[in-house]
Design a protein around this ligand. Structure first.
Ligand SMILES: NC(=O)c1ccc[n+]([C@@H]2O[C@H](COP(=O)([O-])OP(=O)(O)OC[C@H]3O[C@@H](n4cnc5c(N)ncnc54)[C@H](O)[C@@H]3O)[C@@H](O)[C@H]2O)c1
Ligand SMILES: O=P(O)(O)OC[C@@H](O)[C@@H](O)[C@H](O)[C@H](O)CO
Length: 449
């Protein structure tokens, strides 16, 4: 039997120093992205920035990493080669529902200066229109009633309440989920929680001591497969059940507004900027908007992965129009233009045949993803008198794939109801798909040979 990855089996790991970061949401993305940047930052500038990484629901990743002294591999995979590294920046793993008191203790520790978050769009439990905490969510209500918390806001509040009571200084909370204004969103949710629990003193302390910078994260990291684990095991000679695989491209932009210390992320390629709005809109609209369009239209055309979609010239021609004339053109509001080289580079990323990003993973939870990815640019184009026809095709694909109604889609961005033409364009796109099928509609975008 192959020996398991561990600190005794793998001698290349760095010293197991102290914890300075708590990460909520121990999924694939955190391991490939923030954990790698943090490892590199600690190599560039040593410090106690080890991560206590918290599984929110399932014990699987916690158990896998706990059996490996928290070590795991990240494979950065391009079209030809794999670059494998062992990551040692995670120093403790927890399962939140099983160890709520340990989670509170580490959130309240004076050594903890940063909390990072990747709990997916649905993990915030916010109202899509108001952006406020959904007090009617049963999990939020149960946390408010005083059980050991299960929700993001409940967990943060319990830690911050304990921190304040112990006289410990504030910290920085960094959402790394694909949500617009993700910093203010988390700030609003914790302050809403305080308002609902009647803790105005705590709310005042949070407003004065805790910072919530927004971030933009970018790296395609699909769910790990058994084949990925088998490959890395044969390469390393050690079994790694915590392995993750991602593309070689990796980007992180953070609004420069920290409460206290942080790892030397700026020394390893992380950009700290005064204003993140343009970076955020560009990433959500170009990368995630194209991903969503491919997920719905590609599924209807019988594809299973983004690479299969991006290998079809008619889809590439469609995406070029989407990116150039619509999602890219909408960035003018942020003072940005999108050139051919950028479009080509993005489509090259999506076409990587060795990254098997399953379309259902991207397609899931569309009502929580599409507003920032495709509806906001559509609204801005409509406001300028431009018809967002490529976006409407993607939305028609979404409605068909997920059995949703236009009403539920527009309910996420009610201002779009002011554009009756928008409904008509989505209906026309749907009629085109009904008449010709997605491959037939896509074929109309292909340049003549
Ligand atoms: N994977 C990527 O390519 C990628 C790239 C950029 C950003 N992200 C961001 O990271 C998020 C997570 O991606 P991942 O690949 O790690 O996914 P994953 O499925 O591997 O992990 C998701 C994590 O979120 C937690 N979670 C899911 N639903 C939750 C809920 N309702 N409440 C609380 N916790 C919940 C899970 O327990 C798990 O820890 C994405 O949704 C996205 O916002 C991912
Ligand atoms: O992870 P989600 O659900 O927010 O969206 C799926 C993908 O579009 C996304 O994860 C991308 O891979 C990523 O955002 C690229 O940086």
């Amino acid at each position: 039997m192959t020996q398991r990855l561990s600190r005794s089996a793998w001698t290349g790991a760095g010293p197991a120093g102290g914890i300075g970061i708590v990460h909520l949401g121990l999924g694939a993305f955190h391991r490939a992205h923030q954990a790698v940047f943090t490892q590199e930052a600690m190599r560039a500038e040593p410090g106690d920035w080890g991560i206590c990484a918290v599984s929110q629901r399932s014990p699987a990743v916690r158990d896998a990493l706990a059996a490996q002294d928290c070590l795991f591999t990240v494979t950065e995979r391009d079209a030809d080669t794999d670059h494998v590294r062992v990551v040692d920046s995670v120093r403790e793993v927890l399962l939140a529902p099983a160890e709520p008191d340990r989670l509170t203790t580490v959130l309240a520790s004076p050594d903890t200066h940063v909390v990072t978050i990747t709990v997916t769009e649905s993990g915030y439990r916010h109202d899509l229109v108001t952006g406020h905490l959904r007090a009617d969510d049963p999990e939020v209500a149960a946390d408010l009633a005083g059980r050991p918390p299960h929700t993001l806001a409940g967990q943060l509040i319990r830690g911050l309440r304990t921190r304040r009571a112990a006289g410990v200084a504030g910290l920085t909370v960094l959402s790394c989920d694909n949500l617009p204004d993700n910093g203010p969103l988390v700030a609003r949710l914790v302050l809403d929680f305080c308002a609902l629990s009647g803790e105005s003193g705590l709310a005042g302390w949070i407003a004065g001591n805790v910072r919530f910078p927004s971030t933009v994260v970018d790296q395609i990291v699909p769910a790990t497969t058994e084949d990925d684990i088998a490959r890395v095991t044969s390469r390393l000679g050690l079994l790694d059940r915590g392995a993750v695989v991602g593309e070689t491209y990796r980007n992180w932009v953070i609004e420069d507004d920290f409460a206290a210390g942080r790892p030397a992320w700026d020394r390893v390629g992380v950009r700290l900027v005064p204003d993140i709005a343009a970076h955020q809109a560009a990433k959500l609209r170009l990368v995630n908007g194209t991903h969503s369009a491919f997920a719905y239209l590609g599924t209807l055309a019988g594809c299973r992965t983004t690479a299969e979609v991006a290998a079809r010239p008619e889809f590439v021609a469609y995406a070029e129009r989407l990116l150039r004339n619509e999602t890219g053109a909408s960035l003018v509001r942020f003072g940005q233009t999108v050139g051919d080289a950028e479009i080509e580079a993005l489509l090259h990323r999506l076409a990587n045949p060795r990254i098997t990003h399953q379309l259902p993973q991207i397609a899931a939870d569309g009502l929580r993803k599409l507003p920032q990815r495709l509806l906001d640019p559509a609204a801005e184009l409509l406001g300028q008198g431009t018809a967002p026809r490529m976006i409407c095709l993607a939305l028609a694909g979404f409605l068909r794939c997920q059995g949703q109604t236009v009403e539920s889609l527009l309910g996420t961005r009610p201002a779009l109801r002011d554009f009756p033409d928008f409904r008509r364009m989505i209906a026309e796109a749907d009629a085109q798909i009904a008449r010709h099928g997605v491959p037939g509609v896509m074929a109309t975008f292909q340049k003549p040979a």
